[in-house]
Design a protein around this ligand. Structure first.
Ligand code: TGC
Ligand code: FAD
Length: 390
């Protein structure tokens, strides 16, 4: 089940440069060699495979588009997307770790941080020596992060941080957390909180049926003294964390294609081999309908992601365009996972095949980084000019 053929029904490869293909192929062969053979076991154990961190850094998954002077890979947005696609072909949880590190930790430090903060953190984050997490969601504020309660007070030589975040990917092992909190005027800023600061704890969230190979936890701040130089000064307001989400959501739009391709590829091969009523089930109209619709939807998703990548390279992609791609491509992947699971019959529910794991993982992916509903409402607000949130 770990052999893998990449579907490319519309010759999307012709739209890629040699560099894109080299980056993609390096990520693909690393995933095949290092992730696919072990990931089912780690998902079953509900453990993050930390031994993958060095390899992730080597394929450029930590800061693909961060400039090389800061240790990043200095690649364009299409290469970034292709890396996410290949990692998520292996597992959405491993892709989550890369998304958080790149777009939610390195990106805000790069974009909103000082030169000293960039120098101090980015090269170590790019190499995986430091791992980071991103604290936006709170127990009472998920889809509506603007209502956050976590806050900090100016105490002269430091800030005093109080509050709590939940559902935070990488929290249990992160060395640093980029935390969004309100100042005394209610203005949102990002703060870099380091493990070891007194009053800062990261309890792990257990009993997940989804994203089991990714570590999720809370961030608790009980009178944490944060040095003033740890505030990200160059952007404030809700637009600061949302700007990071744009970058992560774009990567997820590509990542979901990887999960979908793995499900489709597995189901197609199984359908050709599995014989019932003296013929392969692939020769039945019902299973052909499922497979034909899968490849159609994958192809549409590839074109959406590719075009969005071009727009991002040109600096023209809007947040609402990103929402559309995240929403469409994740829903596409979860639908394919559910149909592919059925094609495998009883075998589909076992860990012998990756499909059920992808399916369960995608339940998180369709919820985090803005739910399926929220992205629809972002499109609705964009086309009507009327926000349904207010
Ligand atoms: P709204 O009034 O619309 O906007 C407030 C300010 O933000 C600006 N803005 C954006 N800026 C950059 N990028 C975007 N995508 C932006 N969207 C909005 C906006 O212009 C405004 O700026 P200003 O200067 O006028 O103040 O805000 P709202 O309160 O009505 O809420 C809007 C809404 C619902 C779209 C937003 O809050 C939202 O996207 N909610 C979903 C929350 C979410 O996605 N959380 C994700 C948490 S992180 C995570 O899930 C990581 S999972 C990681 C992994 O493992 O991969
Ligand atoms: P809620 O906001 O309570 O939503 C519940 C339901 O109500 C949803 O169906 C939603 O679509 C719907 N809803 C909400 N508002 C409206 C509305 N106005 N109109 C119609 N329907 C509405 N967050 C981080 O900050 N950092 C992380 O690293 C991170 N990692 C995560 C990892 C995992 C495994 C998971 C599951 C979540 C993670 N999250 C993280 C949190 C994630 O972003 C939130 O779960 C998500 O934004 C939704 O918030 P919520 O769970 O509070 O749901």
């Amino acid at each position: 089940p770990d052999i893998f053929e990449s579907p490319d029904y519309y010759q999307v490869d012709d739209l890629l440069t040699e560099e894109h293909k080299l980056v993609r192929d390096a990520a693909r062969s690393w995933v095949k060699k290092e992730v696919s053979p072990i990931i089912e076991d780690y998902a079953q154990k509900a453990e993050f495979p930390k031994q993958l961190l060095n390899g992730l850094a080597e394929i450029g998954a930590f800061g693909p588009y961060i400039p090389e002077v800061y240790g990043g890979a200095g690649l364009d947005q299409i290469s970034y997307g292709l890396i996410m696609q290949e990692i998520e072909r292996g597992d959405s949880g491993v892709r989550s770790t890369a998304s958080v590190q790149s777009s939610l930790v390195m990106y805000p430090i790069f974009k909103y941080g000082t030169e000293a903060q960039r120098q101090k953190y980015l090269p170590k984050l790019a190499s995986g020596e430091y791992m980071g997490c991103f604290g936006l969601t709170e127990p009472n504020h998920g889809s509506n992060p603007g209502g956050m309660e976590t806050h900090f007070k100016d105490k002269g030589d430091h800030y005093l941080l109080n509050g709590a975040k939940m559902w935070i990917s990488n929290a249990p092992f992160a060395d640093i957390a980029v935390v969004w909190a309100k100042n005394e005027e209610g203005r949102i800023y990002g703060l870099i909180v380091e493990r070891g600061m007194e009053g800062f704890t990261t309890p792990e969230t257990h009993n997940k049926w989804s994203l089991r190979a990714s570590a999720t936890g809370e961030l608790i701040f009980d009178n944490v003294k944060v040095p003033k130089e740890n505030l990200l000064p160059n952007k404030s307001g809700l637009g600061a964390p949302l700007g990071c989400l744009d970058s992560a959501r774009y990567g997820i739009a590509w990542g979901a294609i990887g999960a979908a391709m793995d499900c489709y590829d597995t189901a197609l091969r199984y359908a050709k081999e599995r014989v019932q009523f003296d013929k392969p089930i692939a020769a039945t109209q019902l299973q052909q309908k499922k497979l034909a619709e899968m490849i159609t939807e994958i192809t549409k998703a590839q074109l959406l992601a590719w075009r969005l990548g071009v727009l991002r390279n040109e600096g023209k992609a809007t947040s609402a365009q990103i929402s559309m791609a995240k929403r469409n491509n994740v829903a596409m992947a979860i639908d394919i996972a559910r149909e592919a699971r059925q094609i495998l019959g009883g075998m589909g529910i076992t860990g012998e095949y990756s499909i059920m794991r992808h399916m369960m993982n995608l339940e998180s992916v369709i919820t985090y980084e803005g739910t399926h509903d929220i992205h629809l409402l972002i499109t609705g607000a964009d086309i009507t000019g009327m926000s349904a949130f207010k």
